[in-house]
Design a protein. Structure first.
Length: 171
């Protein structure tokens, strides 16, 4: 390990990743609760919630091993942001499609974050952290790929349900 400025940046980015996973969990739970007519999407989101909770534990373990702690302020801000996004979805008639698109974008942000963390971990000599971040990055890539593959079908199902006055398309 190094005591240079790069280590400080690295720790800050690991804290950011923890806050990002807190935000992801909050957003995913809000979305999963409102997807009763989209069971495949709901099932995959529930699976990713479990992955996200494990990712939080893994990132927290990296911080603990570095003798650092997560940022309570960053975690709280991330949760508040996710809560606001969740509340905003309540009023959108096309929430399932917009939520899917937002999820796809968020997954790619996570992939980018973990790509940077892998490089930073290697630079400061935290090879164990780099291994953890590779594992998490692969899960985020899998979720992004799933959304890319399945969002067209979710969109079509939403449109079919929207065209039928007897069906609820929103949930």
């Amino acid at each position: 390990m190094t005591d240079r400025e790069s280590f400080k940046h690295y720790v800050d980015w690991v804290r950011d990743a923890h806050a990002m996973e807190e935000q992801a969990e909050t957003m995913l739970k809000k979305m999963a609760d409102r997807l009763e007519h989209y069971p495949l999407l709901q099932q995959r989101i529930v699976q990713h919630i479990a992955e996200t909770q494990n990712q939080q534990r893994l990132v927290r373990a990296v911080l603990e091993r570095l003798d650092e702690s997560n940022s309570v302020l960053k975690d709280a801000a991330a949760k508040i942001s996710a809560f606001g996004q969740g509340i905003g979805g309540l009023f959108a008639s096309d929430e399932v499609v917009k939520g899917g698109m937002a999820g796809y974008v968020f997954e790619h942000m996570e992939v980018a974050s973990y790509s940077a963390l892998i490089s930073a971990a290697e630079y400061v000599g935290d090879l164990e952290g780099a291994t953890v971040f590779r594992q998490i990055k692969a899960q985020e890539e899998e979720m992004a790929a799933w959304l890319q593959e399945n969002l067209p079908a979710v969109t079509l199902e939403f449109l079919r349900r929207s065209d039928n006055p007897d069906l609820d398309a929103k949930r």
